[in-house]
Each structure stands twice: as structure tokens, then as C-alpha cells.
Design a protein around this ligand. Structure first.
Ligand SMILES: *[C@@H]1O[C@H](CO)[C@@H](O)[C@H](O)[C@H]1NC(C)=O
Ligand SMILES: *[C@@H]1O[C@H](CO)[C@@H](O)[C@H](O)[C@H]1NC(C)=O
Ligand SMILES: *[C@@H]1O[C@H](CO)[C@@H](O)[C@H](O)[C@H]1NC(C)=O
Ligand SMILES: *[C@@H]1O[C@H](CO)[C@@H](O)[C@H](O)[C@H]1NC(C)=O
Ligand SMILES: *[C@@H]1O[C@H](CO)[C@@H](O)[C@H](O)[C@H]1NC(C)=O
Length: 223
């Protein structure tokens, strides 16, 4: 009886020890705040560099908002840790595209969760790049084709390397957000007037042909 009790105590403390070694408290934005990375995002729209000012109004079609066509236009990202943070040289940076607060409203599939790497955090599901240099770097991203009408920004996370042999992947130790939003548009962005005139022309085409043949026939009959 005594031996069984002792065994239980030993096993329990062993379990606690193991847990202390593998458990690492999940990072939240609050736990790794303030932002320690400067993240710049610029845009290539229709093959042209976007030169407008940064738009910080979280609203669709806000004045000056860069509007990117999904599956077509590009986001160019550059990032660097600021002087308040020294990155572990063998760490990595992951860049993600995230929905803005307004673009999350009423859309549970985009919902943010305080725990960054929890499966419940859906705000930044689109990965732009992983395994990048932990102190500074650049990346280029063609907006994913499955992104619907929404406003987005870019978030960068720094991960420290997991200790050798660790059974878990590390949690983020620093982050930063791009300033200003970009809007993603899935639908055809051609101006409605152009589509309308194409439609009119394609209706008129056959009409012209028919009237030409009618005229031709009529004129020939008369000749
Ligand atoms: C950079 O570092 C300072 C602390 O020195 C911090 O307060 C600031 O928010 C940091 N973030 C960015 C993005 O510059
Ligand atoms: C757009 O900017 C990138 C670098 O930011 C440059 O390499 C490229 O030539 C520019 N393209 C145009 C069309 O100006
Ligand atoms: C971000 O842009 C600012 C302003 O153009 C520039 O001074 C800074 O060096 C850039 N930082 C990075 C990390 O690209
Ligand atoms: C990351 O970038 C820094 C600064 O440019 C450089 O000194 C360092 O060697 C790079 N690290 C890796 C792993 O490439
Ligand atoms: C970087 O991370 C490795 C692996 O976790 C660790 O052994 C090393 O001490 C870290 N270096 C610094 C400067 O924090």
C-alpha cells in the first residue's frame, strides 16, 4: 500500500516535470506586444506599382484604397525587426495576410482568436511566406484566388527555433503589422460601363450583319 502510494507520487511528479518541460504558454498578441517589426506593404495592380498613400480607413471602397484582384495582383512585403528586439539568428519569420476588424464582422470563418497559433484563430489563415530571415527580409505574394471581397493587411511573426529534439514547434515571440489596408476583390473589376458596351456591341454585331445582307440582297434585286 505504502509502495503503491509512493509510486503514484513519483509518477505524478514525473508527469508534472515532463509537462513543465514541453508545455509552453501559448502566445497571444498581448503577450508579445508592442509590435517589434516594421512591415511595409506595397501593391502591384494591373502590373503597375500602386503609388497612392496608405489608407487606414477600415471600409470597403474607402477613398484611395488600393483594390487588388484576387489571383492576379500582388503584394510586395518588406519587414525588419526594430531596435527594441534582437532576433535569434536561427529563428524564422512567417508572413500572413489578415482580415481587418470590419471584414471579420458576421464572418465566423475569419474570426480572430487571442491565441495566435490556435486552430480557432482564423484572422490570418493565408500564409504569404514562412521560414524567412528572422531580422529582415522581403516577399512577394499573388493574392490568393479564394479570397472574397474584404479589406486586409499583412502581419509578420518571429518564431524562435525550437530547442533541439523538442517535440513541439515554437510560438511567436514578436510580431508587426503593415500600416494601411488593401482591398481584395474577387469579382470582375472591369468597369460596368465597359462590360455594358461590350454587351451592346455583341448584340449590334449580328444586327449589322443581318441588315448588311438584307441590304445586299435588296440592292442586288434592284440592280
Ligand atoms: C519599436 O520599438 C519600440 C520600443 O523601443 C516600441 O515601443 C515600438 O512600438 C516598436 N514597434 C515598431 C513597429 O516600431
Ligand atoms: C515597382 O517597384 C519595384 C520595386 O519596388 C520595381 O522593381 C519595379 O520595377 C516597379 N515596377 C514598375 C512598373 O514601376
Ligand atoms: C518601410 O518604409 C519606410 C518609408 O518608406 C522606410 O523608411 C523603411 O526603411 C521601410 N522599412 C522596411 C523594413 O522596409
Ligand atoms: C539574416 O539577415 C541578416 C541581416 O541582413 C544577416 O546578417 C543574416 O546572415 C541573415 N541570416 C540568415 C540565416 O540568412
Ligand atoms: C537561439 O535558439 C537556439 C535554439 O533554441 C538556442 O540554443 C540559442 O541559445 C538561441 N540564441 C540566442 C542568442 O537566443
Amino acid at each position: 500500500m505504502k509502495i503503491a502510494g509512493l509510486c503514484a507520487v513519483v509518477l505524478l511528479s514525473l508527469a508534472a516535470l515532463c509537462q513543465a518541460e514541453t508545455a509552453h504558454s501559448p502566445a497571444t498578441l498581448a503577450s508579445i506586444s508592442p509590435k517589434k517589426l516594421v512591415v511595409n506593404a506595397t501593391y502591384v495592380i494591373d502590373g503597375q506599382n500602386f503609388t497612392g498613400a496608405k489608407v487606414t480607413t477600415d471600409k470597403l471602397y474607402a477613398p484611395g484604397m488600393p483594390i487588388l484582384q484576387a489571383d492576379e495582383d500582388k503584394v510586395l512585403v518588406s519587414y525588419a525587426v526594430n531596435s527594441s528586439f534582437t532576433a535569434n539568428a536561427s529563428g524564422t519569420v512567417t508572413l500572413r495576410a489578415c482580415w481587418t476588424p470590419k471584414s471579420i464582422v458576421d464572418r465566423p470563418w475569419r474570426k480572430a482568436n487571442p491565441v495566435i497559433d490556435s486552430g480557432y484563430n482564423k484572422q490570418c489563415t493565408h500564409v504569404i511566406a514562412t521560414g524567412l530571415n528572422s531580422s529582415k527580409g522581403t516577399a512577394e505574394w499573388v493574392v490568393a484566388g479564394d479570397i472574397g471581397l474584404s479589406n486586409m493587411f499583412v502581419r509578420a511573426y518571429v518564431y524562435n527555433p525550437a530547442p533541439a529534439g523538442a517535440a513541439y514547434t515554437e510560438t511567436p515571440v514578436a510580431y508587426g503589422d503593415s500600416v494601411g489596408f488593401f482591398q481584395v476583390q474577387k469579382v470582375d473589376s472591369r468597369p460596368p460601363a465597359l462590360i455594358a458596351s461590350v454587351a451592346v456591341l455583341s448584340c449590334l454585331g449580328p444586327a449589322f450583319l443581318i441588315s448588311y445582307f438584307a441590304y445586299d440582297k435588296f440592292a442586288k434585286k434592284r440592280a
